[in-house]
Write a protein that binds this ligand. Structure first.
Ligand code: GUN
Length: 293
């Protein structure tokens, strides 16, 4: 069994990005600039955004964090999005989700200029991704797609089960794994809360990508010997032994599943660092106007 080290892989990719940024700036080019909007004080969102800002520093990007209280109106937030759309210095930006209940996330996502949508959530980017056109791809699936190449994992012709059908992970993950390219070319099955025979279908899989948000859902009796397991779960579960009072738990029962696998991602330290790294790759692309002028 090989443990996929997302932390080390992400560090290597960030070093590559930093080197490219250095060369761009030395040649007189513009330093890529990522802006982030954070609304409210959700603990998870605070951590994610802090890590995104730190990753920007590691890559040599400029970053701007705009913070607002959770009682702002939808109209006010849409105005801030419009300002960033029009700010020529900002190459790409994100609005951290979730948003307070009184604000429509879909409305906000659709208000973002798709040319600056480095999260890849705008319907134009989602549509372009699904037909294989250059675009921003959402960070988690894009980060996962870096792993087969870095670890020499074959996906072509393999049976891949994606557990979960969220817009941010499950659906784009399935699209990318089935695409006619390397990595990709897999035979993909998407399983969700209404699927039948989940255990039996998982047992046939060469690759399982678990993105349900249900701690320990994937157990040893669901995994074929030699399978590749990618665990996207990061549920906070109470843990009195930790200073924070919680730990991150994956969707895979790691201790019993790991001995069966050829490759497996740990939680934390697997998919998580790759996700932030993908946002950095998208920001570099935005700075270079790689997809859109
Ligand atoms: N909340 C959880 N994941 C993400 C992400 O990738 N982008 C944004 N904007 N919000 C999130």
């Amino acid at each position: 069994m090989t443990l996929i080290d997302g932390k080390a892989t992400a560090a290597a990719i960030k070093a590559e990005i930093a080197e490219e940024v250095k060369q761009i700036v030395e040649a007189g080019g513009k330093r890529p600039h990522l802006a982030a909007i954070l609304v409210g004080h959700d603990g998870g969102s605070e951590t994610y955004v802090k890590n995104k800002v730190l990753a920007c520093e590691a890559c040599g990007f400029k970053s701007t964090l705009l913070r607002f209280e959770d009682d702002i109106t939808e109209e006010f937030l849409l105005e801030q999005v419009d300002k960033l759309n029009k700010d020529a210095d900002v190459d790409g930006f994100i609005v951290q989700l979730p948003l307070p209940k009184h604000i429509s996330e879909q409305k906000v996502i659709e208000a973002i200029d798709y040319k600056k949508d480095v999260d890849g959530f705008h319907p134009i980017n989602v549509g372009r991704m699904s037909i294989g056109l250059p675009c921003y791809i959402s960070a988690t699936p894009n980060g996962i797609m870096d792993l087969p190449a870095r670890y020499n994992i074959e996906t072509k012709g393999k049976r891949c089960v994606v557990l979960g059908r969220s817009n941010i992970v499950g659906k784009p993950m399935a699209q990318l794994m089935m695409q006619k390219r390397t990595p990709g070319d897999a035979t993909v099955t998407v399983l969700h809360s209404h699927s039948e025979n989940i255990k039996e279908i998982c047992r046939e899989a060469d690759i399982i990508i678990a993105a349900l948000g249900q701690p320990n859902f994937v157990t040893a009796d669901m995994v074929k010997k030699g399978a590749v397991i990618i665990d996207v779960g990061t549920t906070r579960v109470p843990d009195a032994t930790r200073k924070t009072g919680f730990r991150l738990n994956g969707d895979v029962k790691f201790d019993e599943v790991a001995p069966l696998c050829s490759y497996i991602t740990p939680v934390p330290g697997g998919v998580g660092p790759m996700t932030i790294c993908s946002l950095m790759k998208n920001t570099l692309s935005a700075g270079k106007k790689e997809f859109y002028k």
